[in-house]
Design a binder for this molecule. Structure first.
Ligand code: AMP
Ligand code: GLY
Length: 424
């Protein structure tokens, strides 16, 4: 089989490595992939958002199956465009991807179907938003409606901060058109859990839970990033929490999307907060998380391609989706400065022995050498019998990788380990 993976980050590298385990896979192409992914797939210089060119490439190269993972092409309708031309695909349609593409949509969906989430109001007028803030308690959460690379959320601790956040989104347009309307919502507290789930629109199969580390610096300080590291499973996601989530969140969400005529097929990402009043949805993503995928897929014991095809064919209930009982830790090595300005073009040295557990995100080939080209450069994953060994092993590997200006958090997994100790 010939497979096309649309995207070019660490998440796509993890997807490609997992797909390659299937003996029927002869060839994988990535559009655009990256310099590190080129060791595992043929990278083709077509941008992930360039849907007409992706479709043309897929037709010309007789692609048997396509996997679309980034939010932008999904929200723009890449899966619809490929499916229309007869290429079976993994990923939600444009109509379903709106669950991530518009926070206003997802909040209204949750309200309509009684799915637990923070209470909220939506505004498309700055003046009305500010009037509303005068009546509220703080902290409060301000979110740009559309996609903002995970950065469109501001937690305002005072009225003045909240007004400034609204103005930056609605007048200064720091997130572009994504800030044409804003969601203002209740500030929730509690540990966060990421759950990625396979769904074919009828059946929902949660994958092993994970914990992201969104802030740039140790101790959860610094700016919000796309994610600086992950561990799986997440100790806060106990069996009882999992069963509440299935009954009150996962199934109701999949059924709600179907009832709205927006059947969701693909990987649905539930960003959850375990509040004193039970689990609540912080956000939905219409795709695999990054870097959650880099800990979740290495723990998948079943064949990824088989599961993905079952999703496409609406036969998910018929396949086994089995995860290892081990623990995984992924540490992201970034270029210092990320998520603000950072340098590029530094040569990366990775000993060949650890290459299989390295997922490359922001790197390119220059004169045959791998050099940095992005903020998040790579992720290093280790799998061990328990979390503490997985963390130690991931950092051992990180120590062996070098590039100028490298930066990584030293405390990935610490919160999870503390939680495990507390629960004993
Ligand atoms: P999001 O992009 O919606 O996942 O938000 C980014 C981060 O902001 C989340 O991972 C939370 O840490 C935080 N956050 C978002 N919404 C809330 C909320 N209602 N209460 C508290 N924290 C929140
Ligand atoms: N790591 C968070 C995300 O993928 O949105």
């Amino acid at each position: 089989m010939k497979i096309l993976v649309v995207g070019g980050g660490g998440r796509e590298h993890a997807v490609i490595k997992a797909l390659k385990k299937n003996k029927n896979v002869e060839k994988i192409y990535a559009t655009p992939g990256n310099g590190g992914i080129s060791a595992d797939a043929e990278c083709v210089a077509i941008g992930a958002k360039d849907i007409p060119q992706i479709v043309e490439f897929a037709l010309q190269n007789k692609i048997d199956y396509a996997v679309v993972t980034p939010d932008d092409p999904l929200v723009l309708g890449a899966v619809d465009a490929l499916t229309e031309k007869g290429i079976p695909c993994f990923g939600p349609s444009k109509a379903a991807a709106i669950i991530e593409g518009s926070k206003a949509f997802s909040k209204q969906l949750m309200k309509k179907y009684g799915i637990p989430t923070a209470t909220y109001e939506i505004f498309d007028s700055q003046q009305k938003a500010i009037e509303y803030l005068k009546t509220q308690n703080f902290p409060i959460v301000i979110k740009a409606d559309g996609l903002a690379l995970g950065k469109g959320v501001i937690i305002a601790t005072t009225y003045d901060e909240a007004v400034e956040a609204v103005k930056s989104m609605m007048s200064d347009k720091v997130f572009g058109a994504s800030g044409d309307s804003v969601v203002i919502e209740e500030f929730l507290t509690g540990p966060e859990v990421s759950v990625l789930a396979f769904t074919d629109g009828k059946t929902v199969v949660p994958m092993v839970s994970s914990m992201d580390h969104k802030r740039a610096k140790d101790g959860d300080q610094g700016l919000n990033t796309g994610g600086m590291g992950t561990v799986a499973p997440n100790p806060y996601y106990t069996e009882s929490v999992a069963s509440v989530c299935m009954e009150k969140i996962f199934l109701p969400t999949v059924n709600a999307m179907k009832a709205e005529g927006r059947t969701f097929k693909g990987c649905l990402y539930f960003g959850l907060m375990i509040t004193p009043n039970g689990p609540k949805v912080i956000e939905y993503n219409c795709r695999f998380g990054d870097p959650e995928t880099q800990v979740v897929l290495p723990l998948l014991e079943s064949d990824l391609l088989t599961v993905m095809q079952a999703v496409t064919n609406e036969k998910l209930a018929e396949v086994e989706v089995k995860f290892s009982k081990k623990s995984a830790c992924c540490v992201i090595m970034a270029s210092d400065g990320y998520p603000s300005a950072y340098g590029k073009g530094y040569e990366i040295d990775i000993p060949s022995g650890i290459l299989p557990s390295v997922f490359i995100a922001g790197a390119t080939k220059k004169d045959g050498k791998l050099v940095t080209s992005g903020g998040r450069v790579l992720g290093v994953t280790a799998i061990e019998d328990d979390l503490s060994s997985a963390i130690a092993s991931a950092y051992e590997k990180v120590e062996k990788i070098s590039f100028a200006n490298a930066f990584y958090r030293k405390d990935i997994g610490k919160r999870a380990l503390d939680a495990l100790k507390e629960s004993k």
